[in-house]
Design a protein around this ligand. Structure first.
Ligand SMILES: Nc1ncnc2c1ncn2[C@@H]1O[C@H](COP(=O)(O)OP(=O)(O)O)[C@@H](O)[C@H]1O
Ligand SMILES: [Mg+2]
Length: 326
């Protein structure tokens, strides 16, 4: 009897369910009283009286050093300071991002009219083109933590546990507003019906759909994949915005070179010529080439970059002399 109440108490605490927690505590006091333990009951009631009325158990956003229970295994991350100025985006995509950021900053005003900001985004495209960076930019611009779902922990060899892990993550979203990032989302929402372990995968996709549909939290959900073609269509439909991240063209490479290297003296006319040579590489490789050119400058005891430093770095990229680091 009493152990049941204790279980409820602990469960309510684990769920962050304040009303249930209070109810269970009151029940515990009554049980003690019924058992003739008047003093204990009185003590318990005195403690209950001190619980602040209907205080929502919102954990501080930065409190990721000590997530409860399973969460520390499932979610990884913290505050980000990336900004929109740190990422090169096609104008159309930039406009989408600016709009979504403004909407999320205006959440309270939107909710007065019963609408929520756009807060479910799906990123796809080849590796090294800014999907993870864009998730960090969203977090940075919104002053939220970026919490990345740890795929190794999400997938359990125990039947049904993966869906349970998803529920744990979604139940955290209202409690801890943040950008929740499902990288390699294709692993979560593979098209149903063609997997080997069909039963379990179907269960996971179905759980995801139900959880997304029920979620009205202030958190932002971002999913990313390099393989959009294998993602379940019903899962894809759940997202408000689908953004493709593509390999950079000469113009985007020019922007990246100036973003990274103009402070070290790279001139626009030189960047323009160098950009042509970078076509075919992804942003990640090009960013690495920028770093490589800075190393050359430093090793040469210079404070100004020369176009030839960048040129040589791009050449090393072509011949794969810069380790990919991935
Ligand atoms: N669009 C971009 N603008 C500026 N830098 C970029 C961009 N895309 C990638 N990078 C650089 O490459 C790194 C890796 O990119 P990332 O976002 O992890 O790629 P993805 O998640 O698409 O595989 C970033 O940290 C950043 O330094
Ligand atoms: Mg990534």
């Amino acid at each position: 009897m009493k152990i049941d109440i204790l279980k409820q108490l602990l469960q309510a605490h684990a769920d962050g369910d304040e009303p249930s927690f209070r109810r269970a505590a009151v029940q515990l006091a009554s049980a003690e009283s019924a058992a003739g333990h008047a003093r204990v009951a009185e003590d318990l009631r005195a403690i209950i009286a001190k619980i602040p009325a209907s205080a929502p158990r919102v954990a501080p956003v930065v409190d990721i050093a000590s997530p409860r229970g399973d969460l520390s295994d499932l979610l990884d991350g913290g505050r980000r300071d990336e900004r929109l100025t740190d990422i090169i985006l096609p104008q159309q995509t930039r406009t989408v991002f600016e709009r979504i950021i403004r909407e999320n900053r205006s959440r309270a005003r939107l909710e007065r009219f019963n609408v929520q900001p756009t807060r479910r985004m799906f990123f796809h495209g080849p590796p090294g083109c800014g999907k993870t960076l864009a998730a960090a930019v969203l977090a940075g611009e919104l002053g939220m933590a970026l919490l990345t779902v740890r795929m190794d922990s999400l997938f359990s060899r125990f039947l049904g546990a993966t869906a349970a892990h998803l529920r744990t993550i979604f139940s955290e979203m209202p409690r801890r507003p943040a950008v929740y990032f499902f990288d390699e989302f294709d692993a979560v929402a593979k098209s149903r019906g063609d997997a080997q372990d069909v039963g379990e995968m179907n269960r996971v996709v179905t759980a995801f759909l139900q959880l997304v549909d029920a979620d009205r939290s202030p958190s932002v959900l971002v999913a990313a994949t390099n393989h959009v073609q294998i993602v379940d269509r019903a899962a894809l439909r759940r997202f408000d915005a689908i953004v493709e991240f593509d390999l950079p063209d000469a113009r985007a490479i020019y922007d990246l070179l100036l973003l990274r290297l103009a402070p070290l003296g790279l001139r626009p006319t030189d960047a323009e010529q160098l950009a042509e040579r970078g076509v075919g590489h992804n942003f990640a490789d090009l960013a690495r080439a920028c770093d490589d050119s800075i190393r050359t400058m430093v090793l040469d005891d210079r404070e100004q970059l020369r176009p030839s430093d960048v040129d040589a770095a791009l050449h090393r990229l072509k011949t794969r002399l810069i380790s990919s680091g991935r």
